[in-house]
Design a protein around this ligand. Structure first.
Ligand code: COA
Length: 323
């Protein structure tokens, strides 16, 4: 059977780093409060000339270089983002243009922090359905542009960045030993909309709006939702936590990562954590964490890797990949 195998990976972060201490004086907070409650130490903030499209393009080029490919080799671009450059056209099409591609097709996916997990699953289906052979899957965000910088309960949590994978069609045996995307579980439930949303949009206020969150409520639901979809993937693939080489979770809060890993019986040293370096970068967080773990040699060819994310909507999901 056809499998969607990872051929390359890359990432990009804005030049400017904002440390926790930089918030002191802006809002009533402290490095200690932020680090203790979230694990975040710093985040990258986009300059005026850095956008979701430019960061996404940089991550895509890095992934293509890593794969030894060029834009000519790509059939499809799926961009996960909730902070597009424009309401339309899709920022994926802008990235396609920036890459000099006049062939193939490109579209955006909007599942907030779960966007990358949704996008990998979607790209896998396009590959298995025969509509594409090589797909650039990008998560790129500039959440700094939708933050209320006077709201200490949200502005300290998020950052900007991008990550990308090249997925490629390859022949597999249809077993768990195959490389590539092996199983996935996606969920959404709109009854939770008011717990995490942006209070603007083209069809309502005609403005972009600002992020609003009931942090404690999100926290309360996160661990149960994350562990549910991962257990569903365990069942589908007939594996247990012991079979995993790496757990690459959404990087929102170290306490959520630790509690999820503990509930699933995944040892702490198998969890990839980068939230201290870039905060919550929404759809970019999973590929940024993956990039770090591949670059430093932790994730190697043949490793079994569980990706998961949870975000506004709520949306949540998990994907099992053999690297
Ligand atoms: C936001 C979050 C860090 C808050 O941590 P918490 O332990 O739940 O803290 P609480 O909400 O209980 O707030 C504790 C106090 O700190 C205050 N506080 C909030 N932000 C603060 C900040 N940046 N600095 C200092 N104090 C802050 C609150 O006002 C509250 O004060 P009160 O008790 O006087 O009302 C945590 O709830 C969280 O991470 N939630 C999930 C968010 C998330 O992951 N979202 C993205 C999902 S994709």
């Amino acid at each position: 059977m056809i499998r969607s195998v990872v051929r390359g990976i890359g990432s990009a972060l804005p030049r400017r780093i904002m440390k926790n201490a930089d918030f002191e004086g802006m809002v009533e907070t402290s490095d200690e409060w932020i680090a203790q409650r979230t694990g975040i130490r710093q985040r990258h903030i986009a300059a005026d000339d850095e956008t979701t499209a430019s960061l996404g393009e940089a991550a895509a080029r890095a992934a293509l270089d890593n794969a030894g490919l060029t834009p000519a080799d790509i059939d499809l671009i799926v961009l996960a983002t909730s902070t597009p450059n424009n309401t339309f056209p899709a920022t994926a099409v802008e990235i396609q243009n920036r890459l000099g591609m006049r062939h193939g097709f490109a579209f955006d996916m909007q599942a907030v922090c779960s966007g990358f997990v949704y996008a990998v699953t979607t790209a896998d289906l396009y590959i298995k359905g025969g509509l594409a052979k090589r797909v650039l899957v990008i998560g790129s965000e500039t959440f700094s542009r939708i933050l209320d910088w006077s709201d200490r309960s949200t502005c300290v949590l998020f950052g900007d960045g991008a990550g990308a994978l090249v997925l490629e069609a390859a022949e597999g045996q249809g077993t768990i030993a195959d490389r590539g995307v092996l199983a996935a579980s996606l969920r959404s439930d709109g009854t939770h909309k008011d717990k995490l949303y942006v209070d603007g949009g083209p069809s309502t206020t005609g403005t972009v709006g600002h992020l609003k969150m009931e942090g404690r409520e999100v926290f309360k639901h996160a661990v149960g939702m994350i562990t549910d979809v991962i257990e569903d993937v365990f069942t589908q693939a007939d594996i247990s936590a012991d079979d995993l080489d790496w757990f690459v979770p959404h990087q929102a809060n170290k306490r959520i990562i630790d509690a999820s890993a503990k509930k699933l019986g995944i040892p702490e040293d198998k969890a990839v954590v980068t939230v201290h370096l870039h905060g919550n970068t929404s759809a970019a967080s999973v590929p940024l964490a993956l990039s770090a773990a591949v670059a430093d040699g932790r994730i190697k060819k043949g490793d079994l890797v569980m990706l998961e994310a949870m975000g506004g909507g709520f949306t949540w999901g998990a994907v099992l990949v053999r690297w």
